[in-house]
Design a protein around this ligand. Structure first.
Ligand SMILES: [Zn+2]
Length: 468
């Protein structure tokens, strides 16, 4: 994420497993083990412990959503998942909206709402692979974050756009709303035909039925729910292809709100930046790219997977930032929100690299200016970027102090080792989960250096590190 206005304060901001009917027919049913228990209603995240759920691993979502001109939706979400142990009940996150019915493995299930928890009790406990389908309707609303900003479903004059970081997905579809449970997605969104609909992934179908059109997008790579995006609006649609550094053909889908003009400059920068970042970070991790530009009141851009959302026509810095997240954040995703510097520090550092490569300050000069301009009493040093305790600080020190940490690492291990670490991190954790601990371990292995003290000073200590 990168803040465009001052709102966020800082410089920027499967297995479609065959459905195994639970119970005696399931192959796991005969296995010895504990009896069915309820799945947990939280994920245990350090900053958002109540978001997400335990007891199962989401594999695939199919979100079928009918958008009406009055801003309401009628929708169903089908989740295919795998129970980690026999579950007598399990939870999804869903805020607002009215649930009509829930079926589990084709059979009617009972459910109750408790805050944003949708607790589902199937007729029989689920074991192994299972499928749940939730039908719901209503008018979605945005979610207000601990820092006062808005996320999730954002209504606009011509439709709606979703920007979910960190927990906004639950405002428009029931999900396991934690970055530690990635899944594959299909979105089938029906809207008035004079509007266009964009989402993550590849457009696999567009069918018109009179005055309404259904757009079906498929995200074939694992994706965290905070990166899921649909947008319905008065768009100009641009489709082209680009070649990656390795010669792979990549579809480029860009959706630009008509009032913003064609945004030719920004659109043409996208393939150029992707290739530039590939040369530094390794192969682009996804199967398509592009951008979504729409006037939005939220005041920040978001690195929604494949094609980020920009709240207006984007400049080069924010394009570099959000595209860098495709490697660091979208493909390599922190398992816990407390490790968000692994997203924002890296994307901010990518901006520094771009500046340095295009006639601006070197990354070292950018670091030194920040260090000198921010004395020991500056807010830049508190809290420490990997020791957050208040969710309102999610979009704070992770950016600049995170990027400064990477510069310190680079100066310590040398430029060759440094880029080896960045590329290896993207390659080894591709489409997976990550932690600060894992990054420190990788840095030590590649450099052959002991780096714990350095990282402790820069990531975990709420004070200005001395001697730089
Ligand atoms: Zn960001």
């Amino acid at each position: 994420m990168a803040a465009i206005s001052s709102l966020k304060g800082m410089v920027c901001a499967a297995v479609t497993a065959a459905v195994v009917v639970g119970g005696a027919a399931g192959p796991l049913a005969a296995a010895p083990g504990p009896g069915p228990v309820p799945g947990s209603t939280g994920s245990g995240d350090s900053l958002f412990p109540q978001a997400g759920n335990g007891g199962y691993d989401a594999q695939r979502y199919r979100v079928v959503l009918d958008y009406r001109r009055d801003g309401s939706i009628s929708a169903s979400t089908r989740l295919t998942a795998r129970a980690r142990h026999p579950l007598s009940s399990f939870s999804l996150d869903l805020e607002g909206l009215r649930v009509e019915r829930v079926r589990v493995d084709g059979r009617e299930a009972t459910f109750r709402r408790h805050g944003h928890e949708l607790v589902i009790t199937p007729v029989r406990p689920v074991r192994g692979a299972f499928a749940a389908r939730v039908a719901y309707h209503g008018t979605p609303h945005s979610h207000t974050d601990p820092d006062g900003s808005s996320e999730g479903w954002i209504a606009t004059a011509d439709g709606a756009t979703t920007v979910n970081e960190p927990v906004g997905a639950m405002t428009w579809f029931p999900d396991n709303d934690t970055p530690r449970d990635k899944a594959r997605y299909t979105f089938a969104v029906t809207a008035p035909s004079r509007r266009a609909v964009v989402a993550n992934g590849i457009l696999v179908d567009r069918s018109r039925h009179g005055a309404r059109t259904t757009w079906t997008w498929r995200q074939g790579e694992p994706m965290a729910s905070y990166l899921a995006m649909i947008s319905i609006g008065d768009y100009r649609v641009f489709r082209s292809t680009m070649r990656t550094v390795a010669g792979r053909r990549l579809p480029v889908w860009s959706f630009v709100e008509r009032s913003l003009g064609p945004q030719r400059g920004a659109r043409h920068l996208v393939p150029r930046i992707v290739r530039w970042e590939e040369r530094r970070f390794g192969a682009y991790p996804f199967d398509s790219t592009g951008m979504v530009a729409h006037e939005l009141s939220v005041g920040y851009a978001l690195e929604t997977q494949d094609r980020p959302v920009y709240p207006g026509g984007p400049g080069v810095g924010v394009l570099v930032h959000e595209l860098a997240h495709q490697w660091y954040g979208d493909s390599v995703t922190p398992r816990d929100w407390g490790d968000i510097w692994l997203n924002e520090g890296f994307a901010t550092y990518a901006e520094w690299l771009w500046t340095a490569a295009h006639g601006g300050d070197s990354t070292r000069a950018t670091f030194r200016a920040l260090y000198r301009q921010n004395g020991p009493k500056s807010d830049l040093w508190k809290p420490a970027p990997a020791a957050l305790s208040d969710p309102a600080d999610l979009f704070g020190p992770a950016y600049l102090r995170g990027a400064m940490t990477l510069q310190v690492l680079r100066q310590r291990v040398g430029t060759d080792h440094f880029f080896d670490i960045l590329r290896s991190w993207a390659r080894l954790r591709r489409h997976g989960g990550a932690s600060t601990h894992g990054f420190i371990g990788l840095s030590e292995r590649i450099s052959g250096d002991r780096l714990h003290r350095m990282f402790r000073r820069w990531l975990y200590t709420p004070a200005r590190p001395r001697g730089y």
